[in-house]
Structures are given as C-alpha cells and as structure tokens.
Write a protein that binds this ligand. Sequence first.
Ligand SMILES: Cc1cc2nc3c(=O)[nH]c(=O)nc-3n(C[C@H](O)[C@H](O)[C@H](O)COP(=O)(O)OP(=O)(O)OC[C@H]3O[C@@H](n4cnc5c(N)ncnc54)[C@H](O)[C@@H]3O)c2cc1C
Length: 399
Amino acid sequence: MAAERIGIVGGGILGLAVARRLGQVRPDAAISVLEKEQDIALHQSGRNSGVVHAGIYYAPRSLKAQLCRRGVGLLRAYCSEHDLPYVECGKLVVAVDQTEVERLRELERRAEANGVPGVRWLEGDAIREVEPHVAAVAGLHSPTTAITDYRAVARALRSDVESAGGTVRTGAEVTEVAPDRETVRVTAAGETLELDRLVICAGLQSDRLARKAGDQREPVIVPFRGEYYRLVPERESLVNGLVYPVPDPAYPFLGVHFTRRVDGGVDVGPNAVLALAREGYRRRDVRLADVRETLGSAGFRRLARRHWRMGLRELKGSALKAAFAAEARRYVPELRTGDLVRGVAGVRAQALDPDGSLVDDFRIGRIGRVTAVRNAPSPGATSSLAIAEYVVAEVLTDG
Ligand SMILES: Cc1cc2nc3c(=O)[nH]c(=O)nc-3n(C[C@H](O)[C@H](O)[C@H](O)COP(=O)(O)OP(=O)(O)OC[C@H]3O[C@@H](n4cnc5c(N)ncnc54)[C@H](O)[C@@H]3O)c2cc1C
C-alpha cells in the first residue's frame, strides 16, 4: 500500500507541532509542512509574549482550559528534553479596586477548577514580598507560570519533523485547495500536490484557507496588533516576574502587562489595536484587501458598535507613549514614561463570529479530508503540543 500523504499549511508552532505528532502516530506517512515565508515562525509564533500560561483564565471544561493544562506539562518536558529555556518566574494578577477584586475572585475559582497548582490569594505585605513595586488591593499569584522562547521551540519541532523523515518547505505559499472524495489537491508555489489529508494551521490567513477548502465563511479573522514597549535596563528591577492586570471579561485580551523575557529584559504590553494589514507590524502598514474584508464583515460592524470606546482607548495608548505608560502605572506606580522604549509588535489572529462576538475558545473543525484550526489565540503557543494531539486525533478519525 502506498504511504499516506498528509500536508500541513503553516510553519508556525501549531503546524510544526501537528506535523511532529503525525510523524509519531503515523511513522509511515509522508508528511510535508508548507510555509509561505522563507523561514518558520515569522508571524504569531515568533512575535508573542513568550509566556507559558498556567490556565488561570479559561472557562472550566473549555478547550482552552483542557489543552492549556495538558500543554503546560508537555511543553515543560519538551523544553527540558531539548535544552530549551523554561523559567518558572511566576505571575501576579493584580486588582487595584473593589470591582477588580470581585473579578479576581472569579479567576481564583477558575484556577482551582482548572487544577492550576500552587495558586495563592495575596494581600498587603504578601504582595510586596512577591513584587515589591506593585500597588494593589489584592493579587493572585501563580508560581508555576513560566516563560520560554517559542521561536526556539518551533525550530526544535522543525528539526524533529525532519529527523523523522518529514519535510518542511519554506517559500511554499498554498494558493489553491481542492478537496474531493478521494484526495485533496493543493497548489503550493505553482506546483500541484496530491494529498490524502490536509491540516490548515495558517494563523492570520486561516479563514481564507479554510474557505478555499469548502468550509463556511465565518468566523472571519480580525487582526489585532499588539505593540510592546521595553523597560530600559536600569529599570528592569521594577518587576521580578510577570505582572498582569485583571482582564476585562468583555474582551479576550489580557491587558497591558509586564513580561520578563528569557533574555532578562522586561516588556510592557501588548495593547490591542485593530491592524490595517493582517501581517502588518508597523502602524503605517495598510493592505486594502485586508481592510475591505474586515469592514465588509457584518460581525466586525457589530463588534465596532459595541466596543468603539475601548478601541479609541487602545488607539490613544498606541499613539501616545504617556497614555500607554499611564495604563501600566495603575499597578506599578513608580513607572515613568521615560522608562519605556519602543519594542517589537505582533498581530493576533482573532476569529469573529457573525454576531460580532470574538471567539473565545479554540475552534478546530473538519471539512471532509481537511481539518482546519480556525481560532488559536493565546494560550495557543502554551497549548501547542496538546492542540497537536487533539488535531491529530481529529485528522485520523474516519468519517
Ligand atoms: C502579541 C501576541 C502575544 C501572544 N502571547 C502569547 C503568550 O504569551 N503565550 C501563548 O501561549 N500564546 C501567546 N500568543 C498566541 C500564540 O502566539 C499563538 O496562539 C500561536 O503562535 C499560534 O500558532 P500558529 O502556528 O497557529 O500561527 P502562526 O505562528 O501565525 O503560523 C501560521 C503560519 O502559516 C503560514 N501561512 C499562512 N498562510 C499560508 C499559505 N497560504 N501558505 C503557506 N503558509 C501559510 C504563515 O506564514 C505562518 O507562518 C500571542 C500572540 C500574539 C500575536
């Protein structure tokens, strides 16, 4: 019997993790990852906060809650086996007033329901023992929240795929997907490949690829740029580990936070500004086709009507460094605007339902021989090895 041919669109952390897992479960299959850029992990997987989330935020029993918890264990072991950075620097989520204290209590309940180990409720001096420069009414401390380098993890996954006989082709943009009863024909870099199965892990382009494969139009991807500032080296001691505000439950992003990096630096961010290009990392990047698609979606118009105030606040923070610093100063009062220098930016692929709600959970679906990851925002990198197990079980289920 001829070897099964399985293709994966996207050489981000998810595509590579799926390819590695397929190689473990189907060692005889011919596995190829098709990546449009000249290198792997150039988009979300290489432009994120580097946090290994412990599972505090997610609705119990959601895919995010389950795959994040499983993903942490798998990633921790993977980093140790492959000599990759993994530092349990801990995270403090802080409430600065009474409304936030109530929301923080809800996070405490979620953390417990999700089985996050070691989480402690802190007040007064106990907060200052963990983070001396933080001012807060209460804090929730997760000592096992960690940091890593997801681009390095992606490189290790690529090397695993290749050592197991799979291929990772860069500069191979998939432009056509034509599934039928027996095969899936895929055009990549002008060449047509005949496959038995296809997995789409295309991040910011995932809705477009899924539609080519015959999936429904919605959810569409709305790109949200996240801009970071960096603390100047002499102020890196303002935080020991990770310091986060209590997130707004109406909004899936976590709010401007302090993130220690594995290189020792500290980033402050990211904000969440509507991007005018899906892969646009500078404020001046505009791609008309992307803008038209966003504005043309009924879901986006509903979202904009509901959240325009928040949108304006984020735009102000993007345009004015002082406004960005003011956000972070709510819980680290000693921060001065001059302590911040501009850092990197990433763009989140956030799926949006037609009713204007931002899809909160991971969304993974099947269209015949094609499996499509349609929403994998944070904690997607943390959960990558567990998402790979889930996707591969889905791919290999007949029917
Ligand atoms: C600012 C920011 C901060 C984040 N922070 C964290 C964090 O701290 N912790 C965490 O767990 N998660 C975090 N995330 C989320 C995490 O980065 C993502 O969940 C994860 O990287 C998704 O991986 P991916 O492989 O699906 O996407 P990507 O890395 O975006 O990969 C998709 C790939 O598909 C390729 N592609 C697209 N179209 C085609 C095509 N037609 N043909 C071939 N290739 C194609 C792209 O070039 C790209 O390489 C963050 C994300 C952002 C943006």
